[in-house]
Design a protein around this ligand. Structure first.
Ligand SMILES: Nc1ncnc2c1ncn2[C@@H]1O[C@H](COP(=O)(O)OP(=O)(O)O)[C@@H](O)[C@H]1O
Ligand SMILES: [Mg+2]
Length: 491
């Protein structure tokens, strides 16, 4: 065979692995993912400042690992990313434990307990660099073990990262001081409150950071009575079920100072607009329009939740840090149409406070002429039949006029440019299967055209029907059979 087995030399690989672009927040989140995947109900993070160094300790009461599992877990690339993950699993490339830890510091110690038995391993990159080989310690140094809390129950895991050269400049002249250390820790605290808010709300899990319990941050202010909440929309993109739901936050005048500040997150209102992409309930990315639209001040009330299953990873190009996604093209079309719709509502509320004075009743957007509606077949725009102006018109006209108006509105809806884009191309020559509702619609529409003297005979009628966007899916002979079957008269 024309093959030579090569051993990548350790030192340069380390440098590459340490430079994948994690920041402290994304790195810690990746480690918390592992504890959640291990079904932990309590995850405790400790950031210790130790003068010239520091230590980050994460302990959980999850499933733990036996010796063999731990050995696998410490391997660089322990699971094939193409392998199907459990539903709800947050892991992705089998790299996070190592790459996230090494982006913070040079030593990673793992102590774990499985059915009462302990196992331990320790990577020290100083040592790996020195011998230029992937030598893994089977024992954690005593001074580190002292820092690690004992695992109380039958199972659980504690990891400790120290030699924090990246996180705090340990071992260099620029080691950060206590105050900046804890400012950094505060930012991580906030980041975790964002990333895991939905998991904390849905699952039975508590996350504690330096003795403070994480308080889930709800970007959509779902509990506020003036928040506008769209319908849940489900669509199928390349075999994955994607769920979208839009929210328009209340106008600032409806919020007290504390609510206003909290909803502004860590970046401010303007930089929190846009899509919030979740993978298995864990927030991956937020605060922009994914390159499709520009941010602007009047759109700052618009936030759209998108939920992806982990089977969509490849399709949406979820990156190794689980902090970025690139939607596939066919998803972009849908996302953009929702975005434009929601931005418009945001603009109206931002400028005109259209939520009105009835602030203790949830406003469902009833002043919009169009509403988005979703089903497995895709998104559709439907006319808002409860618009107060339309109700008023209906009250003022007689029954017959009302029927005519309703039919007209039905056609406006069916003919809406955004609804006909996806309609299938018509096959000629065969009589198609048509639902009774569709037949009725053809017949009603035909009778109206005849009554209004728009058409005088079958030929003209069919010419008119075939050009209607509402009947786009039907071919001529099908339409002909419907009108003939109904024996429409042309008098
Ligand atoms: N806190 C933990 N508790 C139990 N098992 C863990 C924990 N952290 C990591 N593991 C195990 O180590 C494996 C590798 O973790 P990681 O490198 O983060 O990759 P991934 O999460 O993508 O599988 C995990 O799949 C899991 O089996
Ligand atoms: Mg992981």
């Amino acid at each position: 065979m024309n093959i030579i087995l090569t051993q990548p030399s350790a030192t340069p690989v380390i440098q590459a692995l340490r430079s994948l672009g994690y920041n402290a927040g994304t790195a810690i989140a990746d480690l918390v993912d592992n504890s959640i995947d291990a079904k932990a109900s309590k995850i405790v993070l400790e950031f210790k400042y130790l003068r010239n160094d520091g230590a980050i300790i994460i302990s959980d009461n999850g499933s733990g690992m036996d010796e063999e599992m731990l050995q696998m877990a410490m391997n660089i690339g322990s699971k094939d990313p193409r392998e199907n993950r459990q539903p709800n699993e947050l892991g992705r490339f089998g790299m996070g434990l190592k790459t996230a830890s090494f982006s913070l510091g040079k030593r990673l110690s793992v102590l774990t307990k499985y059915n009462g038995d302990y196992a331990q391993r320790c990577w020290d990159l100083d040592h790996v660099s020195q011998c230029n080989e992937w030598q893994l310690f089977t024992k954690i140094p005593d001074e580190i073990k002292e820092l690690m809390i004992d695992i109380e129950g039958d199972s659980g895991t504690v990891i400790c990262i120290d030699k924090l050269d990246r996180f705090m400049g340990a071992g260099t002249e620029n080691a950060i001081h206590t105050q900046s250390f804890f400012t950094k820790v505060r930012r991580i605290h906030n980041h975790l409150e964002f990333v895991f808010h939905s998991i904390i709300e849905h699952n039975n899990v508590q996350i504690i950071l330096n003795e403070n319990v994480l308080d889930p941050w709800d970007p959509f202010m779902t509990k506020h009575p003036s928040t506008l909440e769209g319908e849940t929309q489900v669509f199928n993109i390349n075999g994955n079920r994607i769920i979208a739901k839009y929210y328009v936050l209340p106008h600032a005048s409806f919020l007290n100072e504390q609510e206003y500040k909290r909803a502004g997150g860590n970046r401010g209102w303007r930089d929190h607009q846009g899509f919030y992409i979740y993978r298995e309930n864990r927030l991956l990315h937020y605060g922009d329009w994914l390159g499709m639209l520009q941010k602007d001040t009047s759109s700052q009330l618009a936030r759209i939740r998108i939920d992806l299953p982990n089977t969509a990873d490849d399709d949406w190009q979820v990156d190794i840090k689980k902090s970025a996604v690139i939607p596939p093209d066919n998803a972009k079309i849908r996302l953009e149409s929702i975005a434009k719709f929601v931005r418009k509502i945001s603009r109206d509320i931002f400028y005109f406070r259209t939520q009105g004075a009835h602030s203790n009743q949830t406003f469902k957007g009833s002043l919009n002429t169009w509403e988005l509606s979703g089903s497995d077949e895709g998104l559709r725009f439907i006319l808002n039949r409860n618009h107060p102006m339309l109700t008023e018109i209906q009250n003022r006209i007689d029954d017959e006029t009302s029927k005519l108006l309703n039919m007209y509105l039905k056609f406006v809806q069916l003919g809406s440019p955004s609804n006909i884009i996806d309609s299938p191309k018509v096959a000629e020559e065969i009589i198609q299967m048509v639902t009774d509702a569709m037949k009725d619609l053809v017949i009603q529409f035909s009778s109206t055209l005849i009554k209004l003297h728009v058409v005088q005979n079958q030929q003209q009628l069919l010419d008119a029907l075939i050009t209607q966007p509402a009947f786009d899916g039907l071919n001529r002979i099908t339409l002909k059979s419907i009108v003939e079957e109904a024996s429409i008269s042309y008098e």
